[in-house]
Design a protein around this ligand. Structure first.
Ligand SMILES: NC(=O)c1ccc[n+]([C@@H]2O[C@H](COP(=O)([O-])OP(=O)(O)OC[C@H]3O[C@@H](n4cnc5c(N)ncnc54)[C@H](O)[C@@H]3O)[C@@H](O)[C@H]2O)c1
Length: 256
């Protein structure tokens, strides 16, 4: 129970990896604020916990300063200072080539996937500096390294998340805040599965052919990595991009 009484904030907590992160941190004794733009799903995440008192569903749009500020006030009232922030909320774009993307889609994707983690980090860092400790875990992607996992907006945003991770690590590491990124490959969540209501349906069979592990990742596997990165055993890991993709990037030249 290494997170006993610690306060963890997870964005995108209503589905997929975020929901699994809430469950894993709670299992480790943490009190977890489950943030999502879809309040109904955030409530469902907390209701499903063995002890729902350990969770707080909070509405947030991570791309909005006002919404982030109001969510942080709610969390402060409930739990005090934030020890761990998991910047996990994200959306995928429509995979269209750049000249076909409506500008609105570009702005929205960058706002949620890149500006969102920046705004959330900016909101928790002053408290972490005061206490001299804190951990931020950003959900990036293998799209932080390569093209084709989305369109221009998603790929650019996820490359940006790695840059943000490294800069935050550089700026705050010596002041007690560790910042790292998780870079998932194909993971079975609402973002990628038809039952999650996703518009984007990957060719699962073709993807499996490219992945040495020969299966998709589970949200729980991502969540366990987040818990590890947030814990003391990862104390020497700063500014890292932890790839968890079943070997997909390593086998990038495998045509299937
Ligand atoms: N699923 C994959 O294969 C995969 C691979 C690499 C990276 N990722 C990244 O993992 C993260 C989690 O995605 P997932 O696969 O669990 O997807 P998901 O769709 O299951 O969950 C994402 C959650 O984020 C929430 N959200 C969307 N916009 C928001 C906003 N503006 N403010 C607050 N919450 C918002 C959604 O309501 C949803 O509950 C994302 O950052 C995604 O880009 C996913």
């Amino acid at each position: 129970m290494s997170f006993h009484d610690k306060v963890v904030v997870v964005t995108g907590a209503g589905s997929g990896m975020g929901r699994a992160m809430v469950q894993e941190f709670v299992a480790q004794g943490a009190r977890v604020a489950a943030l999502d733009i879809n309040e109904v799903s955030a409530v469902a995440t907390v209701k499903a916990l063995e002890n729902p008192d350990q969770g707080l569903p909070v509405h947030v749009d991570v791309s909005s300063v006002e919404s982030v500020d109001s969510a942080m006030s709610e969390i402060a009232e409930w739990g005090g200072g934030v020890h761990v922030l998991c910047n996990n909320a994200g959306i995928v774009d429509s995979f269209r080539p750049a000249h076909e993307i409506p500008l609105e889609e570009w702005h929205r994707t960058i706002a949620v996937d890149l500006t969102g983690p920046f705004l959330m980090a900016r909101a928790v860092i002053p408290g972490m500096l005061e206490r001299g400790e804190g951990v931020i875990v950003n959900t990036a992607s293998i799209s932080s390294f390569s093209a084709a996992g989305g369109g221009s907006a998603y790929t650019a945003a996820k490359h940006g998340v790695l840059g943000l991770t490294r800069q935050l690590s550089f700026d705050y590491g010596r002041r007690g805040i560790r910042v790292n990124a998780i870079c998932p490959g194909a993971t079975a969540t609402g973002l990628t599965m038809p039952e999650g209501g996703s518009d984007f349906l990957p060719d699962t069979e073709a993807e499996l052919g490219r992945i040495p592990a020969q299966r998709w990742c589970t949200p729980e596997e991502i969540a366990k990595l987040a818990v590890y990165l947030a814990g003391d055993d990862a104390g020497y890991i700063h500014g890292a991009a932890m790839v968890i993709d079943g070997g997909w990037l390593a086998a990038a030249r495998n045509p299937i």
